[in-house]
Ligand binder design. Structure first.
Ligand code: BGC
Length: 415
């Protein structure tokens, strides 16, 4: 039997979120995954180790140079890496880390960013197929638009790894991501503990919610993870959503855009808080939207109380805001580790090696392997960690950020 949180993380997709909202318990077996491709391997999840995810650095794959060397020796493989957009900070790091992994093992790479334009991403991937790539790594903008190009990949026998964002398509062989439902739960649990909601008696905390792009399956997972934790406190009135906007569709942010998040926040502030109503919490699914919220608050919030604001990613501007007490926390996901796991899965696919938990056991990366009988797309889910002002230095210790003389962190990855 799989761990429940893994099942939830993997199976909450934008297509089934509406159903999930109706049920507290998930019927995982009834839900679809990234494809129906037949797999021999139907093992249960297992693998993880005790390594702190914040500890590995960009060269964390040094443990297995032999494997890389052999892949480089007998392959002249070309890898297509399709990232959504350079405007959203993290994907610049993903692209850099992924390229680094493949290139140092002797692979050729084609790396594209598609300006958050789903049509352009399909064209970019088609161009990669025309350039005879041997494998595709895709962080989808909107997987529903990729069916034709994924069919072309399938016909050309080009394997596909869904990177970070689930792609519901039979052409996809593996999914490498973080436990995205857990990210949302971590945000919800942070709010619960920070405000000690369990022991609140008559206290009422006013809260607003901002979620991500409805075209991205992850957005639904983050939202649902947080709401599952916070719903009891919303039901008993300890958390009061002043605007009344709680449904995913109402709080979602197209393209995860800072500007959209800011503009909605400005409207909420002028409609519900201009009379001096105190705002206490803003649940934000990620850093790009949290940035929009903090900008709206700076310009249009009448109060002067501290506001608990969540985030995710560790974007530079948000880490600065955390240092300056403007944002309270972020959920850090070690993208270098995500790239290492992706590289190892790709290498196994291309060399006929095993792509299962045995692949990650030597890496020193906290990662769970999942391959359920109900869902035949195996997944590798890494573990996120919470960052606050108190442990910002942990990010510098990963080697992925540098701490400046000004006390602010910047990403060490090339942009
Ligand atoms: C990623 C987040 C990111 C968001 C916007 C999601 O799919 O998982 O880490 O903040 O996209 O880029």
């Amino acid at each position: 039997m799989k761990k429940n949180f893994i099942m939830k993380s993997f199976f909450i997709t934008k297509k089934n979120l509406a159903g999930i909202l109706l049920c507290t318990a998930l019927a995982a077996s009834a839900l679809a995954g990234c494809g129906d491709r037949e797999k021999d391997n139907t093992q249960d999840d297992t693998s993880s180790d005790d390594t702190d995810n914040t500890q590995s650095d960009t060269s964390s794959d040094d443990t297995d140079n032999d494997a890389q060397d052999s892949a480089a020796d007998d392959e002249s493989s070309k890898i297509g890496i399709s990232m959504p957009s350079q405007a959203l900070e993290r994907w610049n790091r993903d692209g850099a880390y992924l390229e680094e992994q493949f290139k140092k093992a002797g692979f050729e790479t084609i790396l594209t960013y598609s300006d958050d334009d789903a049509k352009k991403q399909a064209e970019d991937i088609q161009n990669m197929l025309s350039a005879d790539v041997d494998l595709l790594v895709i962080a989808a903008i909107d997987d529903s638009t990729l069916d034709p190009v994924l069919e072309a990949a399938s016909l050309a026998d080009v394997p596909v790894i869904a990177y970070d964002r689930l792609i519901e398509n039979e052409a996809v062989s593996y999914y490498v991501s973080f436990d995205n439902y857990a990210v949302g739960r971590m945000q919800g649990e942070f709010i619960t503990e920070y405000l000690d909601l369990e022991n609140a008696s008559d206290e009422v905390y006013n809260m607003e919610i901002t979620a991500g792009d409805p075209a991205d399956h992850n957005a639904a997972q983050y939202y649902q993870g947080a709401i599952d934790v916070l719903q009891p406190y919303m039901d008993r009135g300890t958390l009061n959503i002043v605007s009344g906007q709680t449904d995913f569709d109402n709080v979602a942010t197209p393209a995860w855009s800072t500007e959209h998040a800011q503009s909605r926040a400005q409207n909420l502030l002028s409609s519900y808080y201009a009379d001096g109503t105190q705002l206490d919490v803003w649940l934000c699914s990620n850093d790009s939207t949290a940035l929009g919220i903090t900008q709206a608050l700076a310009a249009g919030y009448a109060g002067s109380n501290p506001i608990l604001i969540t985030g995710q990613d560790g974007d530079e501007a948000n880490l600065k805001n955390i240092a300056d007490d403007i944002q309270t926390m972020t959920v850090f996901k070690n993208l270098s580790d995500e790239a290492v796991v992706t590289f190892r899965v790709a290498e196994a696919i291309l060399t006929g090696g095993a792509a299962d938990e045995s692949l990650i056991s030597s890496l020193g990366i906290k990662c769970t392997y999942e391959d359920s009988e109900e869902n035949t797309c195996p997944s590798f889910l890494l573990e996120p960690v919470i960052i606050t002002k108190d442990n910002l230095q942990d990010l510098a210790d990963t080697g992925l950020y540098t701490m400046g003389d000004d006390g602010y962190l910047s990403s060490a990855a090339k942009r």
